[in-house]
Write a protein of this length. Structure first.
Length: 392
């Protein structure tokens, strides 16, 4: 065999299969959207306005609110305890921190503060602003210019009651307490005193209760006096009901218009006799959110201005009631009372009604001189002269 072996030729590799050219992809047809360009622009504008209003709202300072005092909090980074200390000089009742609680009212959100020493006012405000409930209420609110009100409340007060004494709303709480002498109001309207000793439990009515504050019954108006002109119109209407063959009573309602800030009279549908009124109040259609029902005023024609038993049964709502009698006189008689949940108290008419207040010339007053008597009058048979001295 030859030293060189014969080499067999290697067959060539098969040619690669041709790759088909990529076909262009046609996007699937999209459904046409029914978009109103004007509506879309308005929605976008409203969204921007809401974002701007929200940003402006969130940048507003929280407000310290206590009683009638309101003030922007310049440093919201302070804690509620630091705010209490800062305000204690103006409001001494806030001096004891353990007797003061805090709440934050922001729109419809009310958040009690559980850690006034460790939480800052700004963090609570921010937490509320991020909450879903607040944002949802903000979208629905007509007035978006809300105030974040920071409100302290005095939850306990010391009134000088000795440590062994206490005031309790129920007998059970008084018995469960460690107080030796307990004061308890009762359903019969009286105040009772419970005294505990090793002999037993003593309970008796208490006449002079020094442990409770004094309260004076009465009415403090939140509205102005009813104008004399309106009262005169109503009295003229009442007198008109006496000019026929038979005199009879009549009823009028006086409302306070919160929008116009004035009083208006309203005459309900009514069937009347000389001594009775049957008013149909089902047709009263004045909106309650605008009109406050302040006074019921009815006439007793030529009879006395005294409330009857029927009036007592009917006039139980908490408001003012007026009866006008002796309308046959030049100046009729007027009696005014309030009902506090069905408990009546007579009031001076000037408490709710405007009186005569015409301006008179100043020189009239100059014509009047005050006189003081030196002694009691001495009447003589021939003279009835009184010794007097002029006071200039």
């Amino acid at each position: 065999m030859s030293a060189f072996q014969s080499v067999q030729p290697v067959p060539p590799a098969p040619a690669p299969a041709p790759v088909p050219a990529a076909q262009p992809v046609t996007p699937a047809p999209q459904p046409l959207l029914d978009i109103d360009p004007l509506a879309a622009a308005m929605a976008q504008q409203e969204a921007k306005a809401e974002q701007k209003a929200a940003k402006s709202l969130f940048e507003k300072a929280p407000v310290f609110c206590y009683g009638s005092a309101r003030e922007d909090i310049a440093d919201p980074g302070m804690t509620f305890e630091e705010l209490r200390i800062a305000k204690a000089e103006d409001f001494p009742e806030l001096a004891e921190g353990k007797k003061v609680s805090w709440t934050v009212e922001y729109g419809k959100t009310v958040k009690p503060i559980t850690d006034p020493k460790g939480i800052t006012i700004a963090s609570v405000k921010s937490e509320i602003e991020r909450s879903k409930a607040f944002l949802d209420n903000l979208k629905k609110a007509k007035d978006k210019n809300l105030d974040c009100l920071v409100k302290p409340k005095v939850t306990a007060q010391s009134k000088g009651i000795a440590a062994y004494k206490g005031v309790f709303p129920t007998l059970e709480e008084a018995r469960a307490s460690d107080k030796t002498i307990c004061t308890i109001p009762c359903a019969d309207g009286r105040v009772y005193e419970l005294r505990k000793s090793e002999l037993g439990e003593f309970i008796a009515p208490k006449e002079n209760v020094i442990d409770l504050p004094s309260v004076v019954a009465g009415f403090t108006p939140a509205l102005p006096l009813v104008p004399m002109e309106l009262l005169a119109q109503i009295i003229s209407f009442f007198r008109c009901c006496m000019t026929g063959p038979e005199e009879f009573e009549a009823l009028a309602h006086i409302y306070w218009d919160k929008q116009e800030e004035k009083f208006v009279a309203h005459i309900p549908k009514q069937r009347v006799t000389k001594a009775h009124i049957d008013a149909d109040l089902t047709q009263e259609d004045l909106p309650e959110d605008r009109y406050l029902h302040y006074i019921d005023i009815h006439s007793h024609n030529s009879m006395e201005a005294k409330f009857s038993r029927v009036d007592d049964e009917d006039e139980r709502a908490t408001r003012i009631y007026i009866v006008v009698g002796r309308l046959d006189k030049f100046f009729p008689d007027i009696t005014v009372r309030m009902s506090c949940g069905g408990t009546y108290l007579t009031l001076p008419p000037g408490c709710v009604l405007e009186s005569f207040g015409a301006v008179f010339p100043a020189e009239w007053r100059a014509q009047v001189t005050l006189l003081r008597r030196d002694t009691l009058p001495v009447l003589h048979p021939r003279s009835e002269h009184l010794r007097v001295r002029r006071i200039d």
